[in-house]
Design a protein around this ligand. Structure first.
Ligand SMILES: [Zn+2]
Length: 169
């Protein structure tokens, strides 16, 4: 597993001088350190996470966002209970995305298992840009994803101003 701090630091929960320096200079954040520690300890009991890379972690509105390496989500989704267990370890909602993906792929990962029809860029008269995602079907009572949370996550992690519409009203 690749993480923003040394594996040894993550195991002991104490940062070496080099990682402490990275934290102080702002190259890594407190969230990166916390998530690395939790994830490494979690991976001890879940070896299917051995190949996963944690790029960054963010705290957004009381949830944790883990930015992972490309294709890492495939191994995590293979076992549906893994994410539930991960959220127990973090003690909060965990959002997973792959950092090197296109905006569309990131939205698909955050909205999973909801299907996205199209993702477009929309330019406003003032020159600012919105990313508009259209979700197939209509919004049901049991819609499984908190869209306001998704908007906060993509804004924080990718700087995306997201607008979500449904195919049918
Ligand atoms: Zn270190």
């Amino acid at each position: 597993m690749r993480i923003p701090i040394c594996a040894f630091d993550a195991k002991t929960g104490i940062l070496c001088a080099k990682c402490e320096g990275k934290l102080r200079s702002g190259h890594i954040s407190k969230s990166d350190v916390d998530a690395s520690t939790r994830l490494v300890n979690f991976a001890n009991k879940h070896p299917q996470l051995d190949g996963v890379s944690l790029h960054r972690a963010y705290d957004v509105n009381g949830s944790t966002v883990l930015v992972l390496g490309s294709t890492d989500l495939i191994s995590i989704r293979r076992e549906p209970l893994l994410k539930t267990k991960l959220e127990e370890v973090f003690g909060k909602k965990v959002w997973l995305l792959e950092g090197d993906s296109s905006d569309r792929k990131i939205l698909e990962d955050l909205l999973f298992p909801v299907k996205i029809l199209t993702v477009n860029q929309v330019w406003l008269p003032d020159g600012s840009r919105l990313t508009k995602a259209i979700i197939s079907g209509r919004k049901t009572e049991r819609f499984p994803v908190d869209l306001d949370e998704v908007k906060s996550v993509v804004k924080r992690v990718k700087g995306i101003d997201l607008l979500v519409e449904f195919e049918r009203a």
